[in-house]
Design a protein around this ligand. Structure first.
Ligand SMILES: C[S@@+](CC[C@H](N)C(=O)[O-])C[C@H]1O[C@@H](n2cnc3c(N)ncnc32)[C@H](O)[C@@H]1O
Length: 328
């Protein structure tokens, strides 16, 4: 079979199964599906602070108030299981429900501790041998030093940013805390849904905008949209995975990160597809006969395949023009 035919067949199979198997469907929602999701998200989230509703604000882990969407907590569980962190750093403790939830996960795994930081001490925080509470602002030099001192060298670290949700503060936190995160692990930016993504439209620039700004300057984190697989998340584009230099250099695809400047509520299936499939390493293993310098041509050719030949995926066509303008 010729290389071209082989590639084309591969792409057809890929596209056919893509929606089901390959990507979080959050990237491939139709406009009406996205509308349903946004409407449900706003309904669930309820009115803005301080008139908060009876959902996330009224959620408890083992009797302790936990300001989270349970679907995100399940994702936390999956990440903790995979990463098996030595330390989880949480900024913004509130009542300590998430800290306790994480500590119990670590109990089940038999490893790990939680360092959690807040400027206030709310309620009766839970006591647990794996939880350490720090008092102070998450962006202060003092807290930064305290955390540094507590992290063993080469520690596997997950960071969760959930304190002050203004853009400036979260960006500052991203700058400080990203350096603690180990390769393959995550910095989770909570509440990127604020400022109209899709809730709290009047919030002003917040976590989502901070992520966008941060990723312009940082080349070692990628948004992992597979963590949005349950569709509903308070952290859209907020699960950032630290990738190694090598992985970063070997991925020549158009990154979803770069599409952040676009309307996040619009699905962007082509770039999503590229993210998954057309990484340099995928191409090398799928088509070892292709010479190094030819990848750009191959990718261009494949975008032609999508644009011209796979009618079932006509929805991809509008994105092809945009894609052509990008530098690989
Ligand atoms: C959204 S709540 C945290 C919810 C908590 N992580 C949970 O899952 O239940 C935000 C918390 O951040 C704290 N906070 C606000 N500004 C802060 C700062 N500069 N440094 C540390 N904590 C801060 C607030 O006191 C508040 O308790």
């Amino acid at each position: 079979m010729s290389f071209q035919l082989q590639f084309e067949n591969g792409m057809k199979t890929e596209l056919t199964s893509f929606r089901i198997h390959k990507r979080p469907h959050v990237d491939l929602l139709t406009a009406s599906e996205q509308q349903i999701l946004n409407d449900f998200h706003r309904l669930y989230y309820g009115p803005a602070w301080p008139l908060v509703g009876e959902t996330w604000h009224n959620t408890f882990w083992m009797g302790v108030n936990t300001w989270k969407c349970p679907l995100d907590l399940w994702i936390y569980q999956e990440i903790v299981w995979e990463v098996r962190p030595d330390v989880i750093v949480e900024t913004g403790t509130a009542y300590g429900g998430t800290s306790l939830f994480l500590a119990h996960l670590c109990d089940l795994i038999g490893h790990g501790k939680i360092i959690t930081i807040d400027i206030e001490t709310k309620g009766n925080r839970p006591h647990h041998g794996r939880i350490e509470y720090l008092h102070g602002s998450s962006t202060s030099e003092e807290i930064r030093n305290q955390i540094k001192r507590r992290l063993p060298s080469n520690a596997k670290v997950i960071v969760i940013l959930d304190s002050d949700h203004s853009k400036e503060h979260v960006l500052r936190e991203l700058m400080i805390y990203s350096e603690f995160v180990s390769t393959g692990s995550y910095i989770i930016v909570e509440d990127t849904n604020l400022n109209g993504h899709p809730v709290a439209g009047h919030h002003g620039p917040g976590p989502m905008e901070a992520v966008s700004e941060f990723l312009k300057q940082n080349r070692t984190f990628r948004i992992d949209r597979s963590r949005e697989k349950f569709l509903m998340t308070f952290n859209p584009m907020g699960y950032l995975r630290r990738v190694g230099e090598e992985e970063f250099e070997n991925t020549s695809y158009v990154s979803r990160d770069e599409t952040l400047g676009r309307d996040a509520s619009k699905s962007d299936p082509l770039s999503a597809l590229l993210e998954v499939y057309w990484t340099r390493s995928d191409l090398i293993s799928a088509f070892p006969e292709v010479k190094d310098g030819d990848y750009k041509r191959v990718i261009q050719w494949a975008s032609d395949v999508i644009m011209n030949r796979i009618d079932a995926h006509a929805r991809l066509k509008p994105y092809a023009d945009w894609y052509r303008t990008r530098t690989i």
